[in-house]
Design a protein around this ligand. Structure first.
Ligand code: LMR
Length: 335
């Protein structure tokens, strides 16, 4: 275009005499937990900030409580979706990514992390991109990692889970779709049973399973504590999430929108860590105050026995997760 023509078009655009056709985008954020949990709150904050700052260009709608999809279905929907203007976003737990990245199973290992600070050391390290890169080839763009917290065990029956394997023997435990979790339950002496999150309450209430493992906010918000008698503060592994979006949709977004979405996600991620810390203590207190399930702290000796019983799980998965990656994680964590 000649410079004079370019100037003419620029004047028409700025005076509104002609308008450029800007695409409008919709993001459907699907998750399985209650809105008041660390993931639910972070998803709502992300939606609010996008709807304010990208008003008219991007609209985010959040669908909690498995309303739209469960975690396995949402990943398939994301991978199959070819819409340029409507993107599906989700934050499934890390355990649900095993089909797409074997290395991510490291997060499921029992007692790999002493606490949430250990988890953040890994999440904030360059090792993280090694673990998420394979997802792109599978049509999923990894954007951020969100916390829920360290998991604890719950059970119904006469006594709490303290002694391994005696207190686990013959008991069925609901787990997520993770082979590492299955191996851990067997190592503790129990029987694992994989079930989608939305079926857990019924399964506990009807005695299909005896117990389960989860973070405090899920046990509270989904009322698992009302159908369980004991909670053991085992803090044996981590529950966290990867925020993902369809890779095709993400690649097709204009760069300025992608940049703004990244910035907003960074803010939502920072807030999520705060929400998770708060939920850990508040939801535990709420459960204790309700007086239904009794919360017990295992002794140092009992925890040592749990660690010892489950030590072989890492050994069994070392090849699949990657020997080199695991030793780099241990060096990073210093234990
Ligand atoms: C579970 O299935 O127990 C969790 O992954 C649910 C969730 O998203 O926190």
């Amino acid at each position: 275009m000649k410079p004079i023509m370019r100037l003419f078009v620029a004047i028409l655009l700025t005076t509104g005499a002609i308008t450029s056709h800007a695409e409008e985008y919709t993001i459907k954020f699907s998750h399985v937990v209650a809105p008041g949990t660390p993931k639910g709150k972070a998803a709502d904050l992300f939606a609010r900030l996008v709807n304010e700052r990208l008003n008219g260009r991007v609209h985010v709608e959040v669908f909690p409580n498995s309303q739209l999809y469960n975690d396995n279905k949402v990943m398939e929907a994301m991978r199959l979706s070819d819409s340029r203007t409507t993107g599906i976003m989700a934050a499934p737990s890390l355990s649900k990514f095993v089909k797409f990245s074997r290395t991510i199973q490291a997060f499921d290992l029992p007692y790999l992390f002493n606490d949430i600070d250990d988890v953040h050391r890994l999440v904030d390290s360059p090792l993280m991109s090694l673990m998420t890169r394979p997802l792109e080839r599978k049509g999923l763009k990894a954007l951020s990692l969100w916390d829920n917290g360290m998991k604890v065990f719950s059970i119904r029956g006469d006594g709490p889970l303290k002694k391994v394997p005696d207190d686990f023997r013959g008991k069925k435990f609901r787990i997520q779709s993770s082979e590492v979790h299955a191996a851990m339950i067997r190592a503790l002496g129990g029987v694992p049973q994989k079930l989608p999150f939305k079926e857990v309450y019924q399964a506990l209430a009807q005695g299909v399973v005896d117990g389960q493992e989860n973070a405090w906010s899920n046990i509270y918000s989904k009322k698992f504590f009302e159908v369980q008698d004991w909670i053991t503060v085992s803090n044996h592994s981590y529950l966290g999430y990867m925020v993902v979006v369809s890779e095709r949709f993400w690649r097709g977004l204009p760069t300025d929108i992608r940049d703004e979405l990244r910035q907003i996600l960074a803010e939502a991620t920072e807030a999520n860590r705060r929400f998770a810390r708060e939920a850990d203590s508040q939801d535990r207190q709420r459960i204790e105050a309700a007086g239904k399930a009794k919360v017990v702290e295992p002794s140092a000796d009992e925890i040592a026995a749990w660690r010892k019983a489950t030590a072989g799980v890492e050994e069994a998965f070392r090849q699949r997760i990657g020997k080199d990656l695991l030793s780099r994680i241990h060096i990073l964590l210093g234990h």
